[in-house]
Design a protein around this ligand. Structure first.
Ligand SMILES: C[S@@+](CC[C@H](N)C(=O)[O-])C[C@H]1O[C@@H](n2cnc3c(N)ncnc32)[C@H](O)[C@@H]1O
Length: 219
């Protein structure tokens, strides 16, 4: 496995910029699996299962975090994982070593909005609970499209803000704490796509309570 450290910086500062992401996940890394591993497990399994069913072996997992999904890929899929947080990646590397995940080919510190991969390097790119964290979700999606070959696939599983009701209020109340939390509780699907962009992706509600959504896009 390559452990190359290829740090890049994101351009604009926003409520949750790259430094805030690194700081947040430096704090979360030690407890991330215990705090978030359970509630999001279904989404992770669903996304990995969808990846496993798609053609092609070369898979990029962006924002791989502590590597909670890595165990769920079939061994034929060759996985490259990237993340901004060295502390999260350290956990992922421990997991790969402990579980003997020989199909994980690289875990690299890298900005998912500006990777160093050549065009069309992968058959599939998947982002699990990352779109609501990155400073610029549209740039994330554009970069995933660039590094996936034409005809390949892009998958995202994420929490998207409610449009009404008690969850709407809770998510907007939490929004000012985005930097401390390390994600945007009020993240909407509109933040991913340009206005007027044809909505050609498939969506699937994911338990618990349809709290998460799996998006599948052809490239
Ligand atoms: C909520 S965690 C999700 C981790 C993992 N995908 C999972 O399912 O548990 C978000 C992850 O995205 C990473 N991240 C945020 N912005 C990033 C960026 N621009 N490039 C790469 N990783 C990023 C964070 O460091 C963190 O590990």
């Amino acid at each position: 496995m390559s452990h190359a450290l290829q740090s890049t910086r994101t351009a604009p500062r926003s409520a949750l910029d790259a430094d805030a992401v690194r700081a947040a996940y430096r704090r979360w890394a030690g407890v991330y699996d215990a705090v978030f591993g359970g509630v999001s497990a279904f989404g992770r399994r669903r996304a990995a299962a969808a990846v496993n069913q798609l053609p092609g072996k070369r898979v990029l997992e962006v924002g791989v975090g502590t590597g909670l999904a890595l165990l769920h890929y079939v061994s034929e899929k060759r996985i490259t994982g990237i993340d901004l947080s060295e502390e999260m990646l350290a956990r992922a590397r421990e997991r790969v070593a402990e579980d003997g995940l020989a199909n994980v080919e690289a875990l690299q510190e890298m900005d998912a909005e500006a990777t160093c991969f050549a065009d069309a390097s992968f058959d599939i790119a998947v982002a699990m609970f990352v779109a609501s964290v990155v400073p610029n979700p549209r740039r994330l999606l554009a970069e995933m499209r660039r590094v996936v070959r034409p005809g390949g696939h892009i998958l995202l599983v994420n929490h998207f803000a409610a449009e009404r009701g008690p969850r709407w209020w809770a998510e907007r109340a939490l929004a000012p704490a985005s930097r401390a939390l390390g994600w945007h509780p009020d993240f909407t699907m509109d933040a991913l796509f340009a206005p007027g962009e044809p909505r050609t992706w498939q969506t699937e509600a994911v338990p618990p309570f349809g709290l998460f959504t799996l998006l599948k896009l052809g490239n």
